[in-house]
Write a protein that binds this ligand. Structure first.
Ligand code: FES
Ligand SMILES: [Fe+2]
Length: 374
């Protein structure tokens, strides 16, 4: 693999990681190669339900088939490459809007108008299949059929997700946030992963609810990390932050999961989708949350004071500076989760070996972190 820049797990990323030249490798070795979060199980609950997405720019349909299994296949017509379908829906077959070639939900070509049987080889002109799977209510897909099973990948976080009954939460898909930031996806996801910046960037919004001083490391590796923090919202209690690489971060409390997912659109442009899942099936059934419905109640930015613009501003500052060069600074103990991310990048981009699953004891970070001592 070509190496455009070095990745040190103990230091920040060099500015080169955020520039145009680095983007091709991100697409090839991460977004077109690895598992990528694409949505939630509620969106594809019934046989025939499908959603459309892009994996590293490749248009993909993710569907629950008639047997109830999640599948994925190309969303480009096998004739002249037109986008077959947009948005979401429920169907057993897909007909192209251009010349009406028609495909089964497993990609087989069924019908080709105005041709004789020999004109088009149906076995050759089918839609390539990819892989899709779910983990505690979250749906992932990959263009790489040799990718390691999803269940193995996040196994070290299973106990946390099960204990919180994450799969039993109801995703309010009608109340999603969707915006585009002018920053590289690595800046956006690493910012979402760490709690070190709360006291500064979110001094008046998040810090009063979830102070930096209460953040701690739980367990993680190069695939996924759980960190925690003391929450003063409601009756207090801890929250758990799940970072599922490369593109999902969710904050899990006793009764909700507020999440943020990134989709790289270009080297300096990233789509941010926010959503939430709750015990209550809908805002109407939840007294406390009903008043928030209609203004993207489920987006992370609506449950709490609106902190997302603060994150956007700080990510944009990172991107604006990335034309320059600097010596990457050391990551502080509280940024262990960023170190896990760097191991992930090192493996995907440079083929490096990565450490096994580690807990707070292994990484030497006390469960209750004291910001004042840093
Ligand atoms: S491009 Fe799809 S049928 Fe022609
Ligand atoms: Fe933030």
């Amino acid at each position: 693999m070509t190496r455009l820049y070095d990745i040190d797990p103990l230091r920040a990323l060099p500015a080169a990681a955020y520039r145009e030249a680095a983007f091709g490798a991100d697409v090839a070795h991460i977004y077109r190669n690895d598992w990528v979060f694409v949505g939630t199980a509620d969106e594809v609950a019934e046989p025939g339900d499908f959603v459309t997405t892009e994996l590293g720019g490749q248009p993909v349909i993710v569907q629950r088939n008639q047997e109830g299994r999640l599948t994925a296949m190309s969303n480009m017509c096998a004739h002249r490459g037109t986008l077959l379908v947009e948005g979401h829906g429920n169907t057993k077959r897909f007909q192209c809007p251009y010349h009406a070639w028609t495909f089964a939900d497993d990609g087989r070509l069924l019908a080709v108008p105005y041709t004789n049987r020999d004109d088009v080889d149906r076995d050759v002109h089918c839609l390539p299949s990819y892989v899709a799977d779910e983990w505690h209510g979250l749906v992932f897909a990959s263009l790489n059929s040799d990718v390691a099973p999803l269940a193995e990948r996040f196994a070290h976080l299973d106990a946390i997700a099960s204990e919180a009954d994450m799969a039993g939460l109801n995703h309010w898909t009608a109340h999603r946030g969707d915006e585009t930031w002018e920053a590289n996806w690595k800046l956006v996801i690493s910012n979402a992963m760490e709690s070190y910046h709360l006291f500064k960037v979110h001094e008046e919004t998040l810090e009063p609810y979830s102070p930096t001083s209460g953040a701690y490391y739980i367990v993680g590796n190069a695939d996924a990390t759980a960190t925690g923090g003391i929450s003063s919202r409601g009756g207090g209690g801890d929250y758990t932050l799940l970072s599922l690489l490369p593109n999902f971060v969710g904050v899990l409390t006793g009764d909700s999961l507020l999440w943020q997912a990134v989709q790289p659109l270009a080297w300096n442009r990233t789509r941010i989708v926010t959503g939430g899942a709750y015990r209550s099936p809908s805002p109407e059934n939840s007294k406390g949350l009903a008043k928030l419905a209609g203004k993207a109640a489920a987006s992370a930015g609506a449950m709490l004071p609106d902190f997302l613009p603060e994150d956007e501003a700080i990510c944009l500052r990172g991107q604006r500076a990335a034309s320059g060069d600097y010596t990457p600074g050391v990551l502080v103990p509280m940024e262990q989760v960023i170190s896990d991310f760097h191991h992930y990048l090192n493996r995907q981009l440079h083929g490096a070996d990565v450490p096994p699953v580690r807990t707070s004891a292994d990484v030497g970070i006390p469960r209750q972190n004291e910001a004042a001592s840093l």
